[in-house]
Design a protein around this ligand. Sequence first.
Ligand code: ZN
Length: 186
Amino acid sequence: MRKLQQILLPWLLISVFLIILFQLYQGQNEEYTDQREDVGAATELHPTVEEKKNKLIEQAVTKDIHVVITDDVRSFERQEELYQQGRATDGEIVTYAQGGESYHNYGLAIDYALENKNGELIWDIHYDGNNNNQSDWFEVANIAKNLGFEWGGDWEGFKDYPHLQITFGLSIEQLQRGIRPKPAQE
Ligand SMILES: [Zn+2]
């Protein structure tokens, strides 16, 4: 009988230990509701952002404005390169976000520019190609905001005029921890 106890006791302790571990693991999963296995950069735009991007382009055309999407998903490496621009490398500062700190890294942001009738890219935010006495750039920003985008031109401090993002209420810190919006959210 004593021998049996000696065998069973360690197994009992191991079982209890495993149950506690399992419960801790479950608890963590509840917190990270939509955690993906890959907590790194996205490789494509979130489906909702993709859909709204296309609507933006379509709705701008009805106002005789040609929108060009100049950037969408970015790898952490590409973000880091951009961050170094105007700091370690030549050029103007274009971002304050390092690798992993931009909504572009999670497929939740796009950048736009305009194209004129000759197919040339326009970065002038005062350009009025459709001659309605309104800046085309701001007209596009308004369409985007009506579609649910947040516009970088509205930011306090550093204004990122080409930038549009949909955050789904998630902070960069949450995204870095692996929390993601539901894929089919609408
Ligand atoms: Zn941007």
